[in-house]
Design a protein around this ligand. Structure first.
Ligand code: ZN
Length: 157
């Protein structure tokens, strides 16, 4: 099982803006392997999403685990976000044992390229919208602890 090591809070790669993925990489063994390993690593760690910097890779790539059907998002951008927000508890594989409430837009539109290189736009709400926002934050060097209103479990980092 190609499970990769998850980078933890304090690792500089978690604080960098990730590199845009070149369209020429779509369909290559390198990208396919990265995506497969990210899915395995996320499932092993019981996460609902994972971003490439969390496995030490500087790339605008993340996996979203929606209803146990993981899919890849490459070079994602949030094109629309609702003014309505929701406060809910979050955690992060890179900040183990720490949880806190984060305010996120209730709905977002996300444009990204899928693993075959096709451009997609997805409208999401609720938990899925939250996972998109959390993972896209990772690709911009932002961690949920930066946005926490109140820590609920674990030691405040
Ligand atoms: Zn995270």
């Amino acid at each position: 099982m190609p499970i990769r090591t998850i980078t933890k809070l304090g690792a500089p790669i978690l604080r960098a803006v990730a590199e845009t993925t070149d369209p020429r990489r779509y369909g290559t063994a390198e990208l396919t392997t990265l995506l497969r390993d990210m899915v395995e690593t996320m499932i092993d760690a019981e996460g609902i999403g994972i971003a490439a910097p969390q496995v030490g890779v500087d790339a605008q790539v993340a996996i979203i685990n929606h209803r146990d059907e993981p899919f890849a998002i490459i070079n994602p951008t949030i094109t629309k976000r609702s003014l309505r927000t929701e406060l809910a508890e979050e955690g992060c594989l890179s900040v183990p044992g720490v949880f806190g409430t984060v305010r996120r837009s209730l709905k977002v539109s996300v444009r990204f390229t899928d693993e075959s290189g096709t451009e997609q736009t997805v409208q999401a709400s609720g938990l899925l919208a939250r996972v998109f926002q959390h993972e896209i934050d990772h690709l911009n060097g932002v961690l949920f602890v930066d946005r926490v209103q109140r820590f609920t479990r674990g030691a405040r980092p």
